[in-house]
Design a protein around this ligand. Structure first.
Ligand code: PLP
Length: 420
């Protein structure tokens, strides 16, 4: 068993995370902010990085860096091996059939824009319907809206309930409109809702739609198997799963990626170029124009190794315990409104404090060394549903503790006394 996990010697209880060892792996956590020990509760926006990821990137630049795929020299071979090794690691992480189905991007936003541009150009006609849900991040709304405007298609929206769960009957009614593509989030960043994605994908595919799943908030907390989900596309960002910024993944079903035109032209994505004609490269390179983010891919591989060392099941158990603990504390305060009451949630406690503006709460928490997010979380339609301008969001990573949740609530009590 790796160093981050403690086995139960009786064999009766599940293994437990060694939280001291985990926290020691994140150098950034060991600092004071505004004279108080940092409490980092903003991992849904971006997670912190373990030393193994930082070292892997530094080591790559110290020893192996060169451009990939085109060099005949040793460093270029090493860099290519590192880059393609990272792709294989991502393939295994998502359970994809082959590395041809793993396209490196800058992150979830770019992955979705790639599909909107490329699938859109190849398959979306005037009058077609694209279906999204009410709980999407702007990154899974705006690219489809732009596509609809370009192609004369219609954007339809499947609503959620006041608990922040998908309304399955309403979803089915939208599917009666026979959308060409359905884009759904696996886990809501604003509410924490874990959607029943396998069931939603099945219904959508039965209705003849292709399905894109936004996995930005799922991949850090749940194990994902794209074959079991049977989705056509799955997108995630490295920086939310302990990897660096600027690297992400688009999984695409091979037959679909084959049928789609490239979305950007340039080096790497070609096999042969004349002024009359260009022959495109094979998958996945057809979708990776220009020099890629090799060090980012190296960091992503190290991050997936880190997550696997602990085990997503152990991470999920640890974070679920923290979320239950925080939710119980919230319930003790009648002025504390949890926004998003889904039965299945991961990693996020979004809330509103009666009589206090979320931005003020966020700033006052910062004065206590506590980092949370206050705002619309790039999900304005979610805020519109709940008739709120914003919420405060505390979001969890593997390094958080019950003591940090205690500090959060002690500070919130203080702020409430001051403001109200
Ligand atoms: N989708 C969801 C659900 C998110 O939470 C985010 C980021 O917060 C994104 C998409 C966009 O991710 P990125 O900014 O890394 O492209």
């Amino acid at each position: 068993m790796p160093q981050f996990v403690q086995e139960d010697t009786t064999g009766i209880n599940p293994p437990r995370i060694d939280i001291d060892a985990v926290r020691a792996a994140f150098p950034i956590l060991d600092q004071e902010v505004k004279g108080k020990p940092l409490v980092y509760l903003d991992s849904a926006a971006s997670s912190q990085k373990p030393v193994s990821v930082i070292d892997a990137i530094a080591e790559y630049y110290r020893r192996d860096h060169a451009n990939v795929h085109r060099g005949v020299h040793t460093l270029s071979e090493r860099a290519t091996d590192a880059y393609e090794g990272a792709r294989e690691r991502c393939r295994a992480f998502l359970g994809a059939a082959g590395t041809t189905e793993i396209v490196f991007t800058r992150g979830t936003t770019e992955s979705i824009n790639l599909v909107a541009a490329s699938f859109g150009e190849t398959f979306v006609k005037p009058g077609d319907v694209i279906l999204v849900t009410e709980m999407e991040h702007h990154s899974n709304i705006v690219p489809w809206q732009m596509l609809c405007q370009r192609h004369g298609a219609t954007l339809a929206v499947a609503p959620m309930t006041d608990a922040g769960e998908m309304d399955l009957e309403a979803f089915d009614r939208q599917l009666d409109r026979q959308p060409v593509l359905v884009a759904i989030t696996h886990v809501s960043n604003a509410l924490g809702t874990v959607n029943p994605v396998a069931a939603l994908v099945r219904r959508a595919r039965d209705a003849g739609a292709k399905v894109l799943v936004d996995g930005a908030q799922a991949v850090p907390h749940l194990s994902v198997d794209v074959k079991a989900l049977d989705c056509d596309f799955y997108a995630f960002s490295g920086h939310k799963v302990y990897a660096p910024t600027g690297i992400g993944v688009l999984y695409g079903r091979e037959s679909l990626l084959e049928a789609m035109n490239p979305w950007q032209g340039g080096g790497e994505m070609i096999r042969e170029v004349t002024f009359d004609h260009t022959e495109y490269n094979v998958l996945p390179h057809k979708f990776e124009a220009g020099t890629p983010n090799v060090s980012g891919a190296v960091g992503l591989k190290a991050a997936i190794d880190f997550v696997d060392d602990i085990g997503l099941r152990n991470i999920a158990a640890h974070e679920s315990d923290l979320l239950r603990y925080a939710t119980a504390k919230a319930a003790e305060r009648e002025w504390f409104r949890v926004v998003g009451q889904a039965a299945a949630k991961a990693g996020v406690l979004s809330f509103d404090i009666e009589g206090a503006h979320p931005n003020d709460v966020g700033m006052m928490l910062d004065a206590e060394g506590i980092a949370v997010r206050a705002g619309h979380h790039c999900a304005m339609p979610v805020m519109q549903h709940f008739d709120l301008p914003a919420t405060v969001r505390a979001s969890l990573g593997v390094y958080n503790t019950r003591e940090e949740i205690d500090k959060l609530f002690a500070s919130i009590d203080k702020i409430r006394d001051l403001l109200v």
